[in-house]
Design a protein around this ligand. Sequence first.
Ligand code: SF4
Length: 275
Amino acid sequence: MAENDEKWSGSPESVQYKPGMAAFLWLLGITALFIVMAGFFFWYVPTIGLAAIHPALPYVLGFALIGAALFVVLGAVFITVAALNGRFIVKSSAFHGLLVKFFLPVMMMVGGLLKVPRIKIEQAFIEINNQMVRLMGKRFRPDRLLILMPHCIQFDNCKIKVTRNVKNCAGCGRCEIGELLALSEEFGITLFISTGGTVARRKLYEERPHAVIAVACERDLTSGLQDAYPLPVFAIVNKRPHGYCMETGVALAEVRNAILELVDPEHLGGAPARS
Ligand code: SF4
């Protein structure tokens, strides 16, 4: 599995959904428009009753809704610029929060109505999330980082228990855990193999990392990013040569590049540059 690392460009289930961020961004625009129109509707209907209470009340509600609509539209514009141009118009992690906590759930709903494949929205969301983590420009000490891997990355017939202690791995090369362990030791970063979302959340609670590099399928990454916010999580989609949850893998070069993006250069020593 590991020797194909450099050639891999997407899992069998996901490669057809690698068109970039375009679909996500137009859906973002439609979602912003939808929210503004819903805001107008919710302003217009109660104005009739509000005017009867006090003539100024429809204006008060109108200004509040215009403010909220401006925030939504500007948020969509800022996220689009950050995704396309790789820069923030205004440097603020608030847009990351707006994307993760507000736009994504609404976009999933609007995308469902418009029959946009969920995986397409998730992949673009992951890409834009990583872009935003990069743009935040924060660097971390290796001992404040955590690499989180799903248990399904392990060779199915391996009898060694790596979920309690990944250092039990004998590095036989049948799966990528041995190489990931070597990578984590090279940089001094904790590597954790998780059996599920609850265990992963408990690990985050115990370790209190300042940032995470997480590998999983699109669905788990998307829900994990939402759960972990505001913790910066650099997300990497796994390889699935045998389908979901079965001897999955990861492009090791992507993990190395993510480490180089996040580790404070002072702690990089002689580590080779990005590949
Ligand atoms: S690399 Fe480690 S975890 Fe993977 S099969 Fe070999 S011993 Fe087991």
